[in-house]
Ligand binder design. Sequence first.
Ligand code: PLP
Length: 370
Amino acid sequence: MAKPLYVAQPLLPALSDFHTLLGEIWHSKALTNEGPFHQRLEAEIGKYLDVPTSLLFNNGTIALLAALKLYDLQPGSEVITTPLTFAATAHSISWNGLVPVFVDVLPENLTLDPKSVEKAITNKTSAIMAVHVYGSVCELEALQEIATRNNLRLLYDAAHAFGVTVKGRSIASFGDASIFSFHATKLFNTFEGGLVATPKETDKASLRCLRNFGIKNEEEVVSIGINGKMNELQAAIGLLNLPLIEEEKRLRSNLRKKYNEVLGHLPGITIQQPQDGVSSSEQYYPLIIDEGAFGRSRDEIYGALKEHSIFSRKYFHPICTDFSPYKNWKVTSTRPSPYVNTVKSRVLCLPFHSGVLDEHFEKISKVFVG
Ligand SMILES: Cc1ncc(COP(=O)(O)O)c(C=O)c1O
């Protein structure tokens, strides 16, 4: 049996480098609570993302919770979001005592459809939580225009879009806030980790407070905060991984070109399209497989790859409105039937990382072209 190949492979620094930093942690006895590695990583990522507020969290889900909490949204108010995302996006809305309202996606890039967003707005809507799904950038201008005109907060779940720039501008600088995940499956990982970035310096103090139980100082607790602190082990991995991501991106970019050459003109297969002025996050390689035109279904391809011990992911399938907490909740769309319900049975993410070797690539190609 061949060694399994998974859709993601964590980026890891040299173990000896980690040992050195572990030695420093043992020596300093600073394990958490904004220790020295935490401070260094936070400063380096702030520079990398080029935004005035950029705060580390212990994972992306807690970062989402804290970012939403920042705005004191009316309890029970509605937050418009996409069902084509990881459960954490919708759950973070619900955990804040808010109501997720699901809206259709655009066929071109699978991000939130602004026209459907507009249709879903009611007098209870307080915010939009859009997702740069697979690193494809949302319709930034249209969403901002809708948010401003309707006095709504605009947050981006940017878990898939770390390091993306739009015409040279950091993705973290759009909307009111952007949330990143540094989970092991993400290109930049701290084992578990996350970050909230905002374009406003003035958000820093309240967000820092929210990250630390709402504690302002030894005597005052000023908000309903949470324990969102990243520990020193995570920060150490982050410091070592940050310089490695450019090389990993280069290797993934080559793999993307190779996949595109083989799959890009097969009838019934749609590859992720580059967006004007947008740098790739090189986070995922999603395909849309139209069974009618291609002759085989997404599930058949998934099964055929699995026979070679190649594990692709039906990512995101099921979608949020298939999960029991949101089962059969409405998906607002300007189409007669939401596109998301069609595309969910067509999307497939192929293994996409530097561990995909020529032999894997040959096998994957064969499954598609025979
Ligand atoms: C779109 C999206 N949002 C949020 C999360 C949650 O991040 P974390 O796993 O770091 O809590 C993930 C994935 O892990 C994700 O893919």
